[in-house]
Design a protein around this ligand. Structure first.
Ligand SMILES: NC(=O)CCC(=O)C(=O)O
Length: 265
């Protein structure tokens, strides 16, 4: 990160539901691609549940115990390449059950933050197999003030607003958001960016699992609601540089946070 500028690389990848080995292998290839080339990113982000996909009926047996395998890989990668990593999310087995959890690492490979999805998506049976997290996702890695939400969480504007009120200038959103709801995905992400005058950085998966297809379209949206970068449907590393100073400029131009009337609502 130089000044307020941040070079991002979002790994939009296929996920084989039920095959962690294949997913770890694919991830290592995509991560190598993300740091190849002349301009190294400051921060790399992955999609939701990249280790297991939505193989929920077998999730107890394939989820990563305490996230140890994923954490070792991502921490080592962050340290080796001096890059921050927001580890998308993984299926993580803990004492209370299986959680859908993000682990975030700084450029020294230290685990700085974690967040487990707090809204479980019934249309994909999450509530039958996963446990909901009980606290908000605040990101401190690399000195960025940001929040984390996972996929379905973006349908809850109160959550994004709370993170913004707590100081977030950016929102990181890993996802496995399938067809036919591209319209919802794009609109909700843009709304969260515009209403909270923050960057929204969202990494979706691509490819198919059974009859479900995932459209990709990972996106980086600025606090004015402009799309800085958007992927297509295929596997790719989506790159962009953002300037966090834009957050204050937009908030000064239209002072939404000063004009709020919380006593009325
Ligand atoms: N993995 C998810 O949370 C999917 C959310 C989704 O598709 C939606 O429409 O909401």
């Amino acid at each position: 990160m130089s000044g307020n500028k941040l070079r991002l690389a979002l790994v939009q990848m296929h996920v084989d539901a039920g095959y962690p080995e294949a997913n770890f292998e694919r991830l290592e290839e995509r991560l190598a691609e993300a740091v190849a080339g002349e301009t190294k990113p400051d921060l790399i982000m992955l999609p939701e549940m990249w280790n297991t996909g939505y193989a929920l009926e077998e999730i107890e047996s394939i989820a990563d115990p305490e996230g140890e395998r994923a954490k070792a890989l991502l921490s080592g990668f962050a340290r080796k390449h001096g890059v921050q990593v927001i580890g998308g999310s993984i299926a993580e087995k803990r004492a209370g059950g299986v959680y859908n959890t993000i682990h975030a690492f700084n450029e020294c490979g230290e685990l700085t933050d974690d967040y487990s999805k707090i809204h479980l998506f019934r249309l994909m049976d999450e509530e039958k197999y996963l446990q909901a997290g009980e606290r908000l996702g605040t990101l401190t890695a690399g000195g960025i003030q940001a929040g984390m939400m996972i996929c379905y969480d973006i349908r809850f504007p109160e959550l994004a607003r709370k993170l913004a009120l707590n100081g977030a200038q950016a929102l990181f959103v890993p996802a496995q958001w399938p067809n036919p709801r591209l319209h919802h995905w794009r609109t909700l992400l843009m709304a969260r960016a515009i209403e909270n005058q923050m960057f929204v950085i969202a990494c979706n998966r691509s490819g198919e699992s059974g009859e479900t297809s995932f459209f990709g379209h990972s996106m980086i949206i600025d606090p004015w609601g402009e799309v800085v970068a958007e992927a297509g449907e295929e596997e790719t590393v989506l790159r962009a540089e953002i300037d966090l100073a834009l957050v204050e400029a937009v908030r000064a131009k239209i002072p939404v946070f000063e004009d709020r009337r919380p006593s009325l609502y």
